[in-house]
Write a protein that binds this ligand. Sequence first.
Ligand code: PLP
Length: 487
Amino acid sequence: MLPYKTLIKIDRELSISLYIQLCNAFITLITKGLLSPYDKLPSSRKLSELLIINRNTIKLAFEELVSQGWAESRPRKGIFVMATLPLTNVNEKDISNTQNLDKNVSFKWKNNYIETVLLSNLQKASLAINDGFPDVRLAPVDILMREYRSISGKNFGKGFLNYGNPMGSEKLRIAFSNYLSDTRGIHANLENILITRGSQMGIYLATQLILNPLENVVVGYTNYFAADATFKLMGSNLIRIPIDDKGMDIDYLEEVLKTKKIKLVYVIPHHHSPTTVTLSMERRLKLLNLAKQYQFAIIEDDYDFDFHYSSKPFLPLSSIDFNKNVIYTGSLCKIFAPALRIGFLVGPEKFIQKAASLRRLIDRQGDSLLEESVAELFNSGEMKRHFRKSLKLYHKRRDVFCDVLKTNFSNHINFEIPQGGLAIWAGFDETINLPKIAELAFKKGLYINDGSYYKNEKFNANFIRMGFASLNEDEIYRSLDILKKIL
Ligand SMILES: Cc1ncc(COP(=O)(O)O)c(C=O)c1O
């Protein structure tokens, strides 16, 4: 018999119930190969004595193992590791996804995730109707550089050239703590905030910590493609939920929860990507209640909270997350510039510590001097001035863009005016071949998306996001003129 007393560590301080901890411990033993198919698990009586855990808890853990497909119960014989493990399929999948991707190289590497586009025509075109990016020409780079020079010139500033805390600059974490509290009612202490290199790093770190292979993660029918790719990389199972004009269909999710164990729900409540809809308050409350009842985690991706034009926005789920189910991520990449790789991950202290340890393995720390300089922009009010200025401008650009679409494209494009964000979710007439249009537009110097980003096994409609924020008015007219001629 395995030395279960040493191998299984149970932490009674954790909020995770004992039977789930125990079940997870057995899954780990199986995935590490310490328990193999057909192996018999110890009896609940024996394990209860060894671990000093109530026998009913052990039975519950075994039931969970059986219901998840890791073990089977044989009448009068006991519980056995499943003969055909889900894990075996993962291994096979992994192996078949490990390929010689380059004939001239003699080793193989993994290919088991959705490939993300590394470089597209976007970077080459002189005009771009992009996915909803900011106008980088507005970013107060000079002021940022002035701060950078000033700090680096001082004696104490040299210290920021050293190895530092993987959690990020303390000054910036304080600035973020104030900013999150002032703008969206999130009360996070220093210990709850990890500075990341953007929302994507937040999604990646949280996913790595929460999900295991084969576990279920809920996402929208169509969803931010890089989040989908992150979950697939983990080998987890994506369960897609419809998105309508009130956001993710939480009643549908509730039905799914009755039959499937869900570990994680990924939502973008402020403006779902790509469809731009806002999750209704009723659904937000229901989602939080379900998270409490079924004990799943929520990653709240709030990549564009600062952009709302008409009314005051709903506050993030994280601001009303009294049961601590939500991990919140966002960044300055849409506010300032995508290349300013600074964002935040907010969550319970112990979770954030783990995320920082994990981050250290792929990126020792952020750019400390840059983080200090950005903190100065917050403290001096420069960042707020920049937000205000860009918001006003983007509001105007949205109106101009939507007016032109309404006036000149009503036969071809169907859309709702977005209440916030930097893009329109545009439905093109079914007869329009978007890849062809994108190709022809590029020849005329205009980038538009060809729609492939948003497609998946559940979503195949003729839609693209049309970003309006990075174009000034003249550029909006010129871009849409090219598009109109092509259509
Ligand atoms: C929905 C969504 N989440 C996350 C990101 C990643 O943002 P960041 O640049 O902050 O990593 C993006 C980028 O466009 C996005 O659209």
